[in-house]
Design a protein around this ligand. Structure first.
Ligand SMILES: Cc1cc2nc3c(=O)[nH]c(=O)nc-3n(C[C@H](O)[C@H](O)[C@H](O)COP(=O)(O)OP(=O)(O)OC[C@H]3O[C@@H](n4cnc5c(N)ncnc54)[C@H](O)[C@@H]3O)c2cc1C
Length: 381
């Protein structure tokens, strides 16, 4: 029994929702079961538009259809998605605004962010303790408490983990042998003139489906489009708007591997593979071509390079009921693999929950108590 858990939980028991999660447990659904089991228990007909919509949401959040997505990774997000007053939103100022908010919180508490600081290796001592990181250029950073790594699992195990430790971690969460990988993305980033367009009426989010009968993860089927300028007039200069369209987690990396980004072959392939994106955007803004001022096509190589993602992947593709996400704990003491490579998987809420769980495990009891007290005083508990 964990006395610390009892000490932190008991004073707040009265404020917890006693039914939270109970329905799922009562239906006998394991958190690692497919999300489609939750839908079945909720009597959502598989071949209905509602069934399609949940299938799409599971795919949008974790890169797999509902029949392969683990219930734990998406169920709590669905609960929030359909909560009274919830909307599918977009952060004003773009995703950078979210990063800035997190950074303010980190710096306020004495933390520091180092940009353009590449980690080359994890430092591991002879006893198997991760003691810090080695940076590009040779400098080292020593960890006072632990190293939390959210580089993707493939880069962590094949580049960051010192070679001598690779054979010793076989079969653990640091071994990527047999870890299934989601495909990559095609992107279209556009800047366009807005004269005569009612952006507000157009709205920020659009999803186009080439074929509603085809599986949600079929090649070139779903295109996700965001027009942040519809709600954020700082996203582009006055009279202009920006748009991002992408084919999510369906573009195979192999077709692009090893290509020279300056070659004609690459440029031709970019145009060819951007065609489904143009088709989708034209369904929303039919005369987009005559309005263009900026156009940029991103490929799996772009995704790999700018997002630091191994083979431009969306993340692991563990299929519910067959494989499950590993725990963030690793066999190297002091090293935790947070991020979308460990339970509960892909998606910002999932990785935030994962990191919060690890912070919870590492932090001593009095820190938990201080935090709970602050939340209580701020009437957040
Ligand atoms: C186009 C797109 C749309 C998405 N939309 C949504 C959405 O609407 N909702 C949602 O919940 N999720 C969405 N996701 C998924 C979500 O973004 C990811 O699941 C989440 O960001 C994963 O977080 P992470 O911390 O594991 O990894 P990341 O966010 O990839 O962070 C890892 C960081 O580590 C850095 N890094 C890697 N290697 C090194 C190194 N050696 N040295 C230094 N730094 C390094 C990387 O540059 C990166 O900044 C989307 C993803 C994409 C690509």
């Amino acid at each position: 029994a964990d006395i610390g858990a009892a000490q932190t939980l008991l004073p707040y028991l009265g404020r917890m929702d006693p039914l939270s999660g109970l329905a799922m447990v009562m239906s006998g659904i394991s958190p690692s079961a497919p999300f489609s089991d939750v839908l079945k228990a909720g009597q959502v007909p598989e071949n209905s538009l509602t069934g399609w919509f949940f299938d799409f949401l599971a795919f949008a959040l974790q890169g797999l259809p509902a029949s392969a997505t683990q219930a734990a990774g998406v169920s709590f997000m669905m609960r929030e998605f359909f909560a009274p007053g919830a909307v599918m939103d977009y952060p004003k100022g773009g995703s950078g605004a979210l990063v800035d908010a997190l950074l303010r919180a980190v710096e306020k508490r004495g933390g520091e962010l180092r940009l353009r600081t590449r980690v080359e290796k994890l430092a591991v001592d002879k006893t198997g303790r991760c003691t810090g990181v080695e940076l590009k250029g040779g400098k080292g950073l020593e960890a006072r408490v632990a190293v939390l790594c959210n580089a993707d699992v493939w880069n962590t195990s094949s580049k960051l983990l010192p070679e001598e430790w690779r054979p010793k971690v076989r079969g653990s969460s640091l071994d990527v042998e047999g870890v299934p990988m989601c495909p990559s993305f095609m992107h279209l980033h556009l800047g366009f003139r807005t004269e005569g367009l009612d952006l507000e009426a157009m709205g920020v989010h659009h999803i186009t489906a080439a074929d509603l009968q085809a599986p949600v993860d079929a090649t070139d089927n779903l295109v996700f489009i965001s027009i942040p300028s519809a709600i954020d007039d700082t996203a582009a200069p006055k009279g202009y708007a920006c748009l991002h369209a992408y084919l999510p987690a369906t573009e195979p990396y192999d077709a692009w591997a090893g290509m020279d980004r300056r070659s004609d072959e690459y440029k031709r392939k970019k145009e060819e593979r951007a065609a489904p994106l143009w088709k989708a955007v034209e369904r929303v803004i039919p005369d987009i071509q005559s309005r263009l001022v900026v156009r940029m096509v991103g490929t799996p190589l772009t995704h790999e390079r700018f997002l630091n993602r191994y083979r431009g992947t969306y993340g692991p593709a563990y299929r519910a009921g067959i494989q499950s996400y590993p725990s963030p704990q690793t066999p190297l003491r002091g090293l935790w693999c947070i991020g979308e490579g460990s339970f509960p998987g892909i998606g910002v809420p999932a990785v935030a929950g994962n990191a919060a769980g690890v912070a919870n495990t590492i932090a001593p009891l009095e820190m938990h108590q201080r935090l709970l007290e602050r939340l209580r005083k701020a009437e957040l508990l």
